[in-house]
Design a protein around this ligand. Sequence first.
Ligand SMILES: *[C@@H]1O[C@H](CO)[C@@H](O)[C@H](O)[C@H]1NC(C)=O
Length: 325
Amino acid sequence: MAFHCLLLAGVIFCAFLATSIADFPKFDHSVKDDGSLSILVIGDWGRKGCYNQSHVAIQMGRIGEKLNIDFVISTGDNFYDNGLKGINDPAFEESFTNIYTARSLQKQWYSVLGNHDYRGDAVAQLSPVLRDIDQRWLCRRSFLLDAETAEFFFVDTTPFVDSYFTEPEHKYDWRDVLPRNTYISSILKDLETSLRESTATWKIVVGHHAIRSFGHHGDTQELLKKMLPILKIHNVDFYMNGHDHCLEHISSLDSPIQYLTSGAGSKAWRGDIKGDKNDAVKFYYDGQGFMSIEIAQTNAEIVFYDVFGESLHRLKVSKDLYSSI
Ligand SMILES: *[C@@H]1O[C@H](CO)[C@@H](O)[C@H](O)[C@H]1NC(C)=O
């Protein structure tokens, strides 16, 4: 908000006007010399190496080396079962620092919070103290990442989900989130403004919860209703999320948006699905793995890998032509 004053016929009119600058914190990341960018995307991972987390980490290191990645994105549920206990929780090193040890993964990590992170000390994950322990770590609730060729819009999706505010069996750390309606409308307003002002060729929105999913949790109705219309208006290319412990690619039948789930960083193989398997579901894998995304000016390529680093599904998108292989 900015305070604007106008002197008119000797009377001063003042008004609070929303500025056109969005309130999301903004970070910049440089691209390779040819303008391209390579990234790994992982979600739902922090289990001290268990449930194949370490195996996925090893393959991320191998593929990360091959693609010469620029950074890593975490789609949330960074620490199980209940986030971090505080800034001194050893789980931070046991599930992050000591697991993703490959040379290629010693890059910046950009993370959002998942619902399990909110079950612990959510504020701790945002603390600069964690960056002193491991400088790769950067977690915010909602933020922008300008990587020249692509702009990333990270959104804190947990507060959107109604059931977390009514279910008695879990406690959530809603500090700085309440009052909830104000928090959500401010996210939507900032997202709208940032997308409208973005000049990046590729617009990629990242959240923990799926908008569309064929997995256990299914679609997130609150996001379908409140967030998706904004993404459609502003020609978002990809929506990337975790939450369902699987890998999946769902295409949109009424917009260019591709829905990409990478939530298979550790415990997976849930064995159940929700939603209708229809033409839009291009790929669904119930086991562990991760995703890579390579972006150049006119082309992007997304690949899903399993726990052995084998590629399972590939999606190529060009700015003029949408095709899935
Ligand atoms: C680890 O991965 C292998 C290969 O996909 C799978 O057979 C096994 O069940 C996984 N282990 C766990 C605990 O998920």
